[in-house]
Design a protein around this ligand. Structure first.
Ligand code: AHR
Length: 495
């Protein structure tokens, strides 16, 4: 099969936002305990942080980390997680039916982000709590000193304020599974008053209102409209969450999951702009796609609820295969293509829980297949996002109708001109011809491909590099051509 595309530096969409490459650490399963934190592990540092996980988080190129949830945050008391560890309470975590030992809290988390070189992004509990507790956490984190809570932070060892800029006003408040679930109007009012008060402490904060927990929610669209009617001038972002999985063996539809994400983004942008028109505001609300990934959620739904309350049980530990990684790459392409409105995003999550990084308690760490497209996009996307004009064969999918086989975007900046491309065909290679005349005399410097004969091949602790990007030599430069194997993620660097 053959496809063509045209690259032109004039086809600018928006800057590449570094926050597109965010991730998420929730107190869920083994994400925190035996994930980022495991005192006694051979690689643990003086704070109990696993050095092997820190090294892979840096290699992943993640830029922001959303914390501490997720569903967890809606029942969380942040005060439980500060002060001397031996005095911290153990609590029931209703969201994940676990016991939370509170050995890690906000101070440890911020220390970890400094070591990882990432920006912390904090969520406040608007499920069981409200305005006052959000203000208390903000005071604890960001006020330099001289008040009870800021001095408490200093006494707890954090002399400098944590300086958290981006705050999520609750989590998935539209979901009936959420502790403290609310109607759109109830949540919108609470988010507005929380935002208004938080801005009295610091008008420069960047605040995220909860959008829907998925495009299939019955209130999708209406929820965003009502929440934004209440909060429009008080927040900067509306959140989006989306998870995808292969259903009933339909690989072609699964590989086209980005079609749903495209629909999701354009619907939320339209809704936000509709509210903008109605309110007469000059401000534009952007999208924080702060949970996205492949997640085999149907397997979780099929499980019996646990009867006990374990600490850090293995939950949501999906083992990703090649096709999952190709979908993750395609979702990243979608986020980049919409960089004019999606200005922040968080892969959910970072370690062990639907994660690119896996650990054994006390043992090894390895890169899941999905690690690679994320790391490569974070590494090579620079400067401006360029729209790519393409002509591609299409295929029919049960879930999304006709979908182009080629899914692509380009960026142009310090890393040169880089094309990120997915071949969604289950069986056929795509011979791609690139018209880059507008860029002058360019040639292909390097092509890296994540592919292979078995779309269901996985990495394990024993075989950690089975699915890994490899040089693709099937290309030439006059004219520019490259062959993209079926079910593949490709990074094409031009020079
Ligand atoms: O990321 C896992 C869970 O998915 C989060 O806790 C929740 O916000 C979402 O439903």
């Amino acid at each position: 099969l053959q496809a063509q595309l045209t690259l032109d530096p004039a086809f600018r969409v928006a800057p590449v936002h570094r926050r597109t490459f965010g991730a998420f650490v929730e107190h869920l399963g083994r994400c925190v305990y035996t994930g980022i934190y495991e005192p006694g592990h051979p690689t643990a540092d003086e704070d109990g942080f696993r050095g092997d996980v820190l090294a892979l988080a840096r290699e992943l190129g993640v830029t922001t980390i959303r914390y501490p949830g997720g569903n967890f945050v809606s029942g969380y008391r942040w005060e439980d997680g500060v002060g001397p560890v031996e005095r911290r309470p153990r609590r029931l975590d209703l969201a994940w039916h676990s016991t939370e030992p509170n050995e890690v809290g906000v101070d440890e988390f911020v220390r970890w982000t400094a070591k990882a070189g990432v920006e912390p992004m904090m969520a406040v509990n608007l499920g069981t709590r409200g305005v006052q507790e959000a203000l208390d956490l903000l005071e604890y984190c960001n006020v330099p000193s001289g008040t009870t809570l800021s001095d408490l932070r200093v006494a707890n060892g954090a002399k400098e304020p944590h300086g958290v800029r981006m705050w999520c006003l609750g989590n998935e408040m539209d979901g009936p599974w959420q502790v403290g679930h609310k109607t759109a109007r109830e949540y919108g009012r609470l988010a507005a008053e929380t935002a208004r008060a938080m801005r009295m402490i610091d008008p420069g904060l960047e605040l995220v209102a909860c959008g829907s927990s998925g495009a299939s929610m019955p209130t999708f669209g209406a929820w965003e409209a009502t929440v934004l009617e209440e909060t429009y001038d008080l927040v900067d972002f509306i959140s989006c969450h989306a998870y995808y999985e292969e259903k009933a063996g339909d690989l072609a539809s699964f590989l086209a999951s980005a079609a749903d994400m495209e629909h999701y983004i354009s619907s939320v942008v339209a809704t936000a702009d509709h509210v903008r028109a109605r309110t007469g505001s000059r401000k534009r609300i952007n999208l924080s796609f702060d949970e996205w990934n492949v997640w085999y959620m149907s397997r979780v739904q099929a499980q019996q609820p646990t009867v006990d309350w374990p600490v850090a049980p293995p939950l949501l530990e999906d083992h990703y295969h090649l096709a999952d990684a190709v979908v993750v790459g395609s979702l990243l392409i979608t986020l980049l293509r919409h960089s004019d409105r999606v200005t922040a995003a968080s892969l959910a999550q970072l370690v062990n829980v639907i994660a690119p990084i896996m650990t054994e308690p006390g043992g090894r760490v390895w890169r899941q297949t999905t690690f690679h497209p994320f790391a490569q996009a974070a590494r090579y996307a620079s400067g401006e996002v360029l729209r790519v004009e393409s002509l591609s064969p299409v295929h029919e999918t049960a879930a999304y109708g006709e979908v182009p086989l080629l899914h692509t975007v380009a960026t142009r900046g310090d890393e040169g001109t880089v094309l990120f491309a997915v071949n969604r065909s289950v069986e056929e290679s795509l011979e791609l011809e690139i018209d880059a005349r507008a860029l002058g005399d360019v040639r292909i410097a390097e092509v890296s491909t994540l592919g292979g004969a078995d779309p269901y091949a996985r990495n394990t602790a024993d075989d950690p590099t089975r699915v890994t990007p490899r040089p693709n030599t099937d290309h030439r430069s006059d004219p520019l051509r490259v062959v993209l194997p079926p079910v593949s993620w490709n990074v094409i660097r031009l020079t």
